[in-house]
Design a protein around this ligand. Structure first.
Ligand SMILES: *[C@@H]1O[C@H](CO)[C@@H](O)[C@H](O)[C@H]1NC(C)=O
Ligand SMILES: *[C@@H]1O[C@H](CO)[C@@H](O)[C@H](O)[C@H]1NC(C)=O
Length: 260
């Protein structure tokens, strides 16, 4: 009985199927794309890898032509994996209203051509500094109405030189968007750094960012920053030594007392 139950569980765990309606579809700020619009789908942390895809293609089109995955209102605790095995040309991933709870830094890493993402109405609280490290071609990002979202890694948008639409409306830490305006994007990114800081990450990122820079001035600044960090460490260590010395003296004194 137990073995049967386990076998059934194992089968369900390994059988995540993406059922598609294939159609040409234009969503939000995105271009019109040949799209897999999913139905009856859900992904959990324990069952997130797509193992099969089904649905009827439009005439003369195949999985190769699919450029967009659109999952709306189906519960995905995490971003599913394995899309690229079936759809090698995905440029657009839209998952609005899917109650996304957790992001992992390699979530997008196999979608090499990704240009646009939409995770509107998600439930996660933080986007890490490295989340877009593998997605340098992204042009459009929407986190609109992610009401719980309150922290962004300090350097999170830094790799994205082509970013032209950034929608951060009705977040916990900010309520703004920048559309097709480089200056506005840069200003918004700066405001995110201020309003949506992750207090645990701040110092580490400052160092990282400084080390990344290449001009002479930046190199100088990097070393100055390192020196400051080392000085801080030194002061902390000196304090520790002082405290330990004091304790040692107390110990020695009490040891002498005992000897008497
Ligand atoms: C899909 O990608 C392959 C390999 O990158 C490319 O040869 C092909 O033309 C693309 N197909 C479409 C429809 O974009
Ligand atoms: C772009 O944004 C900047 C800063 O918000 C603003 O001053 C400027 O007028 C905008 N440019 C255009 C063409 O809208």
């Amino acid at each position: 009985m137990i073995i049967q139950t386990l076998a059934v569980l194992a089968i369900t765990v390994n059988s995540l199927e993406l059922k598609c309606y294939f159609l040409n579809f234009q969503y939000s700020f995105f271009d019109e794309h040949y799209t897999c619009k999913s139905h009856g789908f859900s992904a959990t942390a324990n069952n997130r890898v797509v193992k099969s895809v089904s649905g009827n293609h439009l005439l003369r089109l195949t999985n190769q032509n699919v450029q967009q995955i659109y999952i709306r209102g189906q519960v995905c605790e995490v971003i599913p994996r394995g899309f690229s095995k079936f759809f090698p040309n995905i440029t657009s991933l839209s998952m609005p209203h899917t109650s996304l709870q957790y992001l992992f830094n390699d979530d997008l890493s196999d979608l090499k051509n990704l240009r646009s993402i939409d995770f509107a109405y998600s439930k996660f609280m933080k986007v890490d500094s490295n989340f877009f490290a593998q997605s340098r071609r992204l042009e459009i990002i929407s986190f609109r109405k992610c009401h719980e979202l309150k922290m962004f890694g300090h350097a999170v948008f830094k790799p994205l030189k082509n970013l032209r639409i950034l929608q951060l409306t009705e977040l916990k830490c900010i309520n703004e968007e920048a559309l097709n305006n480089k200056t506005a994007i840069q200003q918004l990114v700066e405001r995110v750094k201020i309003n949506c800081q992750d207090p645990d990450e701040e110092q580490e990122d400052a160092t990282e960012e400084a080390i990344e820079s290449t001009t002479q001035d930046d190199v100088t600044r990097t070393f100055e920053l390192r020196i400051k960090l080392l000085e801080t460490e030194l002061i902390k260590s000196q304090d520790t030594i002082k405290t330990l010395t004091r304790k040692l003296r107390v110990c020695e004194a009490s040891a002498k007392n005992c000897e008497c």
